[in-house]
Design a protein around this ligand. Sequence first.
Ligand code: PLP
Length: 370
Amino acid sequence: MLLFTPGPTPVPQNVRNAMSDETMHHRTPEFEAIFEQTRSHLFKLFKTDEVIMLASSGTGAMEAAVINLCHNTLLSINSGKFGERFGKIALAHGLKNVEIKNEWDTPASVEAVVDALKANPEIDAIAIQISESAGGLRHSVEEIAAAAKEINPQIMIIADGITAVGVEPIDVNNIDALLAGSQKALMLPPGLSLLGLSNAAIKKIGAGKGYYLNLASEIKKQKQNTTAYTAATTLTIGLLEVLETIEADGGVDALYRRTQTRAEAVTAALQALDLHIYPTRPAPSMTTIDDADASAIRKILKEDFDVNVAGGQDHLKGKIFRINQMGLINDYEMAWVVNAVELALAKIGRRVYDGTANRIFNEITFKMGK
Ligand SMILES: *Cc1c(COP(=O)(O)O)cnc(C)c1O
């Protein structure tokens, strides 16, 4: 079965091998050396002043960022399930929340954020997804962050890059916390989350908030290549292997270029089948199709063609399907996925199969016929 959900993503064989050794003790010079190497790779990936690893799923990093960087009112951008989660986290911690809510295909506008900031001077942090995985859209995070800092230079920008870090270049100039999670673009099993932090964020964190998710304790320890509590040792070893593999494969910029080409090729191939791209501004992390036959297509993909793609949640259940584009994906696997979608459409009588999807995908991927 080909796993083509936008998280979890498949773990490469060499990474699984690297994680198969006996469990290492975390308070040892051996593990500290691995931690140090991993950190130095992470600085190149995040391009932020500090990077922290937490033993948690991605939501742990979201909660850590909100409680440590928002002390009054959080402005959260809800264009999907993950944006909605930021507001819920703020309220769960007794913080105030202002929300900008859109349909799941619509990114937040810079103007809406500027208006909200002017109307609510108590907002001291903004939380937004770079790539909102619920509908596969790309928010204009860099523009929003720049506009927000112009109004209030002290404001903290929390950018959830869980389906963006390792997928596309991100301008971190105005970003104070950049979040990532192991089971998406980083091609690992779930259980590790990461936070890139700006110096301004570190200053605001001060003595930190919370206990397990207190970022001050982690910053202090991780600068010394250890963690405040037991590290996710096996996942850290896997992460180092992933980052070394990316490096050996031409580095992150090459990975971003390949992901972008893949996104373009899949999009064009599916559009040539008369399928409709759901978000008005798609992220390169995934292709999201809205279609009346979404459920039937997903079922055929899985049962007849061994391809597992994701559906939709909440009001989009049965209305969309989402195909992953993150990670080190073999072209021959992606080619099979778009071909399988065409086969599924033929099977439900929507079109006569003629190999269109594969032809378009190959032309763009291998720069042929263009
Ligand atoms: C997956 C995901 C998360 C975090 O989810 P976890 O299940 O806690 O790992 C957060 N934001 C986005 C955009 C995601 O795709």
